[in-house]
Design a protein around this ligand. Sequence first.
Ligand SMILES: Nc1ncnc2c1ncn2[C@@H]1O[C@H](COP(=O)(O)OP(=O)(O)OP(=O)(O)O)[C@@H](O)[C@H]1O
Length: 260
Amino acid sequence: MTLVIERLDCTKAGVDILTGIGGLHAEAGRITALLGANGAGKSTLLRALAGVDKAEGKASLAGLELFDMSPKARAQAVYYMPQESAPRSLITVFEAVLLARRTAFDEPLPRSYQAVGERLEELSLTSLCERPLAALSGGQRQRVSLALAAVREPRILLLDEPSSALDLHHQLQLFEWLGSSAARNDTVVVVALHDLSLAARYADHLWMFEPGRGVIEGSPAQVLTTQRLRRVYHIEAEIEWREGRPATVVPIRALPPNEV
Ligand SMILES: Nc1ncnc2c1ncn2[C@@H]1O[C@H](COP(=O)(O)OP(=O)(O)OP(=O)(O)O)[C@@H](O)[C@H]1O
């Protein structure tokens, strides 16, 4: 199963944010990372796919035409997790995740309890399940946001910088969990990321905003080149390879405009 974006255009407040984006694929069961500089349009692309931002286009997954779906069906099939983490509410972690599950599934309560328990366990949140959302740290709230997303079991999961508040242990744990969860559930997972080493290591496929070319796609080995990092991020960088693929991107220095 593959998400295919044939074309996508998005205008906000009279400004063209995305024009002529197309020719993009994201295979189910794999992690696709979405890369690009600040303001390139990563969040807008994910929000447009989810129907959160108004956009025109043609995108499909196994015969499902995203832009022809009712808002309700689209909200069930495609979930967008924003950069901001779960709200500082007084309901507990368990209640919040259970509510998300019950909103998405009409099922017997014990089944919901089981699904919620499993997701909390997988994301190391069991010990926090009685804690109000307002009493969590930033990283803990970001992991709760992931549980809120995962428990809905969308066919397409779009994550906007899901590891920005996480310590190193939880970053690695998140991407390992994401990879196995995508494969187990045959979910299309697209993750907007600034950390190129995480993208190199965990993504099978990359989409990258490149000035003048829209969004290009390819394997980490095809996309992550030092020349392209100069053009996209205006940096000098070294790329370390392990087992035939880029493993770590080491930023060396920010380039002044006359060197890009
Ligand atoms: N409501 C809006 N009205 C006008 N322009 C907007 C609006 N929202 C976003 N933009 C512009 O759209 C462009 C893309 O923004 P977007 O948030 O998608 O970028 P991004 O790649 O996710 O950036 P970042 O890495 O900083 O999160 C930016 O230039 C931004 O200023």
